[in-house]
Ligand binder design. Structure first.
Ligand SMILES: *Cc1c(COP(=O)(O)O)cnc(C)c1O
Length: 377
């Protein structure tokens, strides 16, 4: 390995490797609640729109770096209908090849080596691994049960000279829900101390009570904040790779300076299908919410009976389950895999505050959920 860049040695070892190896062994009859990978099909009409877009010669040429203006206009309109926030399609929106690449490019464009970067623990791993590669000074805010898995803002106030804070609500993996008051408090801290905030709102359409707000609904938030959105979870288009960033134009410009040197934006036919999704299939997530809720109502009571402790999620398609008797996450997950051929994600894959928890993804159909329940009995 010495011949390659030292930075790759900075990345933590892959925690799920042991599980992955075992997963291969148990291919037959495995029920996989491990990955946050939507199993339901996308809308037939969106696929039709994509097929139609494939036949246009123009769509096979290089796309615009920030995405086609027509898609950015559709995003702007959707955002206004959904959150009541006006976005300038030219300056305050950029289209992404899935939000994950945006996470990487934003962090590379905003943070220098030694800059103070803050995120939460647990967290979706790219929010920790990219600042590690940059060489930023990383601080994490624990998400604890006693605080409904929201960060304690007094912890945040103790950190000096913050450059960028990244958060993700509704949260993967804890399913925590942030309301507008929480965002207001955060934005006023950002105003006071002069740092940037990025919220990952890719689960904005997967909710079971009130719809999750956008951080950009807070007055003045656009001066400091941006937000990620994705077609992956809302429209089951995860394999297509389509998402967007919106909000503060300087943050978006910084991200674009890196991104322009890495990729050239999503395939134009996919962007055209994205326009169709936002304009004509904006009710599609309602179908998903109904199905995920049914699955939740089926599995949650069975897991409680099995001895796990779970709060009913307000949003996301996960269950964040506390293990009995302070059992260790990885050990529990391995046991479940060996004894029941049921795969779950150990909480420690998302940070040390995930210890003692597992994440169960409801991206498994009802028939298999029932089979899993009978195995647990
Ligand atoms: C699934 C997920 C993503 C990935 O979204 P893409 O748009 O498919 O890249 C981003 N953030 C979080 C928190 C996720 O769970």
């Amino acid at each position: 390995m010495e011949a390659f860049a030292k930075r790759i040695t900075l990345l933590p070892p892959y925690l799920f490797k042991k599980l992955d190896d075992l997963k291969k062994e148990f291919k037959e009859g495995l029920i996989d609640f491990g990955e946050g990978n939507p199993d339901l099909p996308p809308s037939k009409n969106i696929i039709k729109a994509f097929k139609k877009a494939l036949n246009k010669l123009e769509n096979h040429r290089y796309p615009k770096y920030r995405g086609e203006l027509e898609l950015r206009e559709a995003i702007s309109e959707w955002y206004y209908q959904r959150f009541g926030v006006k976005l300038n399609p030219e300056k305050e929106i950029a289209v992404l090849i899935g939000s994950k690449e945006g996470v990487a490019h934003l962090i590379w464009g905003v943070c220098d080596k030694e800059d103070v970067y803050v995120t939460t623990d647990p967290i979706f791993p790219p929010y920790l691994n990219n600042p590690l590669l940059v060489g930023a000074k990383i601080f994490t805010l624990p998400l604890k049960e006693e605080n409904n898995f929201l960060p304690d803002l007094d912890d945040l106030k103790k950190i000096r000279k913050i450059k960028l804070l990244t958060i993700n609500f509704p949260n993967n993996p804890t399913t925590a829900f942030a309301n507008l008051d929480f965002y207001k408090d955060l934005v006023s801290l950002a105003q006071k101390y002069g740092f940037f905030i990025c919220n990952d709102n890719v689960y904005s359409e997967i909710y079971f009570e009130e719809p999750p707000p956008s951080i950009l609904q807070v007055k003045g938030a656009k001066e400091f904040c941006c937000e990620f959105h994705s077609f992956s979870k809302s429209f089951n288009l995860c394999g297509w790779r389509l998402g967007f960033i919106c909000g503060n134009k300087n943050l978006i410009n910084a991200m674009m300076r890196i991104k322009e040197n890495v990729d050239t934006g999503p395939f134009k036919a996919i962007q055209e299908a994205g326009i169709y999704a936002l304009k004509y299939e904006y009710n599609f997530p309602e179908k998903l919410r109904r199905i995920y809720l049914k699955r939740q109502n089926l599995l949650l009571p069975a897991l409680l009976e099995y001895g796990l402790e779970i709060k009913k999620p307000k949003a996301t398609f996960y269950l964040w389950a506390k293990l009995p008797k302070r059992e260790k996450s990885l050990k529990f997950a391995l046991k479940l895999l060996r004894e029941k051929k049921i795969l779950v994600a150990p909480g420690t894959g998302f940070g040390k505050y995930g210890e003692g928890y597992i994440r169960v993804s409801l991206t498994v159909n009802e028939k298999l959920i029932k089979e899993a329940i009978s195995r647990l009995k």
